[in-house]
Design a protein around this ligand. Structure first.
Ligand code: FES
Length: 217
């Protein structure tokens, strides 16, 4: 950088070389100093911006007592109640929300949840024991390579509708603990215990099972 400054000055001025070299070197030092200050200031700004975008607790996993809000669509951010769920699906996509701070825990995609209401008679014994009025919840993150599970479609291997990850077509049966019924996913979706009181849904405990994928997409 010092050499470039000297060359530029020598071309643009016919005055004595030595003062120009000093002036060029000084200019370079000042430029470097200002650049360093600007970089530091930018880093500070982006840290503050991040802190502003992601309030404390927004990337924590769902906590007992958290409420549930829509994570997408026209009702994004609105509280989900039992009345919002239709028996037989489709599932609703949700984020947990801290009821005290009102922070929606949406800073980690691993926190997205699928909530579905099914006929309790269709659930296997373990799933029925965990369900509240037929309502059950699972992680929305595929256990294969971590894509979001977005579809509710008829299974490739049966006549029932299942959760489907469109990345590599893994299918999960919510009636049976979201076990894998088709595709490369190595394990079921993590389940999230729910509580229901006066029509309001809340989280009743931590995820059961590992959340997220096991290999890169
Ligand atoms: S990431 Fe879901 S099937 Fe591969």
């Amino acid at each position: 950088m010092a050499r470039a400054s000297v060359d530029t000055n020598s071309q643009s001025s016919e005055s004595a070389a030595e003062p120009d070299v000093d002036a060029g070197a000084e200019q370079t030092r000042r430029s470097m100093l200002l650049g360093a200050l600007a970089t530091t200031a930018c880093l500070g700004c982006s840290t503050q911006a991040c802190a502003g975008e992601d309030p404390p607790g927004s990337d924590e996993r769902p906590q007992k007592g958290d409420l549930l809000v829509f994570s997408e669509g026209d009702q994004e951010g609105k509280l989900i109640t039992a009345a919002d769920l239709k028996v037989g699906g489709p599932p609703v996509h949700a984020w947990p929300k801290d009821p005290t701070s009102a922070v929606v825990r949406s800073a980690s995609r691993l926190n997205e949840i699928l909530i579905i209401k099914l006929d309790p008679a269709d659930l296997d014994e373990k799933t029925r024991a965990r369900a509240v009025d037929g309502i059950i919840a699972y992680s929305a993150i595929c256990s294969h390579a971590g894509c979001p599970v977005t579809a509710w479609v008829k299974s490739d291997v049966g006549d029932k509708e299942v959760f489907k990850c469109m990345c590599h077509n893994s299918e999960f049966d919510p009636r049976a603990g979201a076990q894998v019924v088709f595709g490369p996913a190595p394990r079921r979706l993590a389940a999230l215990p729910l509580a229901l009181a006066d029509g309001s849904l809340s989280v009743a405990g931590n995820f059961m099972g590992k959340v997220g994928g096991t290999q890169p997409g």
